[in-house]
Design a protein around this ligand. Sequence first.
Ligand SMILES: NC(=O)c1ccc[n+]([C@@H]2O[C@H](COP(=O)([O-])OP(=O)(O)OC[C@H]3O[C@@H](n4cnc5c(N)ncnc54)[C@H](O)[C@@H]3O)[C@@H](O)[C@H]2O)c1
Ligand SMILES: O=C(O)C(=O)C[C@]1(C(=O)O)C=C[C@@H](O)C=C1
Length: 303
Amino acid sequence: MIYERVALIGLGLIAGSMGLRMKRDGLVGEVVGTARSAETRDVAVALGLCDRVTEDAAAAVAGADLVVLCVPVGAMEDVAAEIGPHLAPGTTVTDVGSVKRAVIEAVAPHLPAGVHFVPAHPLAGTEHSGPRSGFPELFERRWCLMTPGAETDPDAVSRLSDLWTAMGSRVDRMDPDHHDLVLAVTSHAPHLIAYTMVGVADDLGRVTDSEVIEYSAAGFRDFTRIAASDPVMWRDVFLTNKDATLEILGRFTEELFALQRAIRTGDGAMLHDYFTRTRAIRRGIIEAGQDIDAPDFGRSTGR
Ligand SMILES: NC(=O)c1ccc[n+]([C@@H]2O[C@H](COP(=O)([O-])OP(=O)(O)OC[C@H]3O[C@@H](n4cnc5c(N)ncnc54)[C@H](O)[C@@H]3O)[C@@H](O)[C@H]2O)c1
Ligand SMILES: O=C(O)C(=O)C[C@]1(C(=O)O)C=C[C@@H](O)C=C1
């Protein structure tokens, strides 16, 4: 048993998946959940993702040796302020937020001395949200990036790492600013581009009433899946990872203009070279065993 009592604050996709996994595999003694709405609390108990629920977060953290903040990034500070006075020394507090620097700045000032803060981010999710969307295999073979400060108790870090490993993740450590830049490239900007592309199609007035849906090619369908992601979560991601996202979008725009020019001037060689380079990146991901959606990670098919 890795922890005696885990408190999950905010019972959505990530907390639900953690709770189901911890319960299924007996990784912790007790899971206590807290959510603002009575309906969410009832669903959480009915689904068995926690042993019991409390109405307020302060009650949930009492006696917990691990507290996991699973709310949108913009809500982390309010939750930390609420639970801070009720945390006992020796407790580990972690989060699962998609942005790390802003969460550290929002949460750390509210934690009393003796509490270990180990920020983390599982690189796993879906476009669905809420407790019903959780499933215990969500973190299987996915990275979990931890961004603790240099002064953080190493035992607290390795115990949390053990929990993520037991939930199926591969764990790595990163500097928080570096995390935010990497995720701006791999997750945040791509989401914004998907949102934009679906918005463009919608502006053409055909998304809902027929052709775009009826004749939707795989590329656009993938965009619509991503663009169906939770509006609150993604609003908060962009507001709190502003600098890195703007930096990447600036570079994206430059590349887009270069491709636009190649199309206008009929520069087929430029387009061919560009697409050859990007294809190699996809193959690199597969060879590194990162394409977890491919049945055999693509190794035999060479996809
Ligand atoms: N969905 C993903 O793909 C994904 C992946 C990795 C990390 N994350 C991060 O995990 C966190 C949770 O995301 P999720 O997908 O589980 O979201 P979710 O919408 O499924 O769940 C979030 C829960 O937090 C609750 N909540 C919101 N504000 C609150 C507040 N002020 N106080 C208490 N509860 C509050 C909501 O009611 C909801 O039940 C976010 O910080 C997100 O950035 C999400
Ligand atoms: O698969 C998806 O639906 C996701 O968008 C998951 C995804 C991602 O970009 O990979 C989204 C946000 C997270 O912080 C981590 C994972």
